[in-house]
Write a protein of this length. Sequence first.
Length: 317
Amino acid sequence: MGVVGERENNNVKKCEHDAPAMTTSDDGSEGAIRTTYPERVVEYRDLLSKLSPDEAFFEMANCPVVSFQIAEDDFHSSTVFHPESRTTTTTSSSSSNARMIHVEQKQELENSCGGIVWESAFALAGYLRKTVFMHEKKKKKNATKTTLLRDCIDIGAGTGFLGIWVHKVAKMQRTVLTDTMKCFDLMRRNVERNFSSNDDDDDDERSHATIDVKPLDWTSKQDLDALTTTGRGKFDLLVATDVIFAERLVEPLILCLKTLIDPERGVCYVCAQPRDKAAFELFQDLCAKEFREFRKVPKEELDFSFDAECELFEMRL
């Protein structure tokens, strides 16, 4: 979350176990994964075929580490998790280039709900893969540097899952994960877990040098100035999930988005559940006034069947 202390994490029980270390390797077969976990790996969508969306998310949220399987050559992705002690099914990938993202969750973060990966992050990742990034992939053949998305910032990143996923899948030139200091160490650990300067993978080694973690309080001019005066400054892709949760923070959030977005080429996607009706209405009213383009993405363009409550907004200056 971008500002500490508004949402309560009442729907998810507290996990009593620390996240164990994980290692992965490819044994030569497609989608094969070896880990230090005694449990096998279960697919999120497999859970959804057996459980309600709320129950499936409950299972996910109570795991110390969430994993996300990606195949970067075709942008196919599926979510998996490591349960404490349950019978599960093993995932596989149709691509030999499949990789895993491993994200530690920390429910005990005081006064913050940034310690787990929320449904909206999975929902937005799916939308970006099927629309935005697929379109970018087609543009790359004839595109110039000024027409492609290069710089991404994840607002209220929490665990850092979505920003890490974007950086790996879209191969951004720069990605910055932001949240309050309460989430800072968790974001940093998850970046280190997924990008290593000593990694044998050249892409991950390059990515390690271009993904960063920064503190951001939406009400802090100092934090915003620090972000806009480094690198290329403004960002052409802004992503944010479950950031509309308090009416008093809507204006600071919108000011934050306007400050960080590139006015010429930038696009912002905000995905959230309508937890606070007044905050949601105010957000839409103000965005319609403050942005040149603002729309609520129609349901027919979304594949949020696993979480129909999520709503997606797209905006440009």
